[in-house]
Design a binder for this molecule. Structure first.
Ligand code: ATP
Length: 199
């Protein structure tokens, strides 16, 4: 699995449709200060379902929509499409190429699509969750984040690794199941007591 391309339209500084093509392996985005390199990374996180405006370096989610410049009027919507090569079937879907689109309007309304079909945010999150691209987006490391990972306490660092490896989801499910089992055990004990009282 690798990221094939990213198309931005009305997203942050990318007012006109901009298509970026990636190759397998390492890709580098270069450009002068303020030219939009970090906005490309924000677009990647956003299209994969990022919900925190702060993680996208904004105050509110609408800040991702092109706000206008001296020569160009603001736009009413932002749209990003990420195309992923899935020839190795890393994503649990029967397509060799998967496109995810996220669209947002100034009204705050959001839309998601997988291969052109409208879907829920949950569908996008579930599609990506087993690929190591978790909800917490630990695969995207922004400027300064590397320091915070290196300086994190060992248990927090383990959390980052578990999230990226897709283990955290199973640990959370296990903890939930154990809690349910304990509650069930307590109910069983209560039932045994009641049965004994009735005899
Ligand atoms: P550096 O190398 O300094 O980190 P960069 O290439 O990563 O810079 P970005 O932070 O991606 O640059 O882009 C910043 C630019 O994006 C700023 O000029 C900012 O005004 C513009 N920008 C951010 N959000 C919007 C928006 N909603 N509408 C229009 N322009 C925006």
């Amino acid at each position: 699995m690798h990221l094939k391309s990213l198309t931005l339209k009305g997203f942050k500084s990318f007012a006109s449709a901009t298509h970026l093509r990636f190759e397998p392996g390492i890709n580098a985005v270069v450009g002068p200060n303020g030219s939009g390199k970090s906005n490309v990374v924000d677009a990647l996180a956003w299209v994969m379902g990022e919900q925190g405006a702060k993680s996208l370096r904004g105050g509110k989610m609408e800040d991702v929509i092109f706000a206008g410049t001296a020569g160009r009027a603001p736009l009413g919507r932002a749209e990003v499409t990420l195309t992923i090569d899935n020839t190795d079937s890393a994503l649990p879907i029967d397509y060799t190429e998967v496109s995810i689109t996220r669209r947002m309007f100034r009204s705050g309304e959001s839309e998601y699509e997988i291969n052109g079909t409208k879907c829920r945010l949950l569908d996008v999150q579930e599609l990506l969750s087993d690929s190591g691209i978790g909800r917490e987006m630990h695969v995207i490391i922004g400027q300064g984040k590397l320091d915070s990972v290196l300086q994190a306490k060992p248990e927090d660092r383990r959390g980052f690794i578990e999230e990226a490896a897709g283990v955290l989801k199973h640990r959370k499910r296990k903890e939930k199941a154990v809690r349910k089992l304990e509650a069930m055990g307590a109910n069983l004990n209560r039932l045994t007591d009641l049965t004994a009282e009735l005899r």
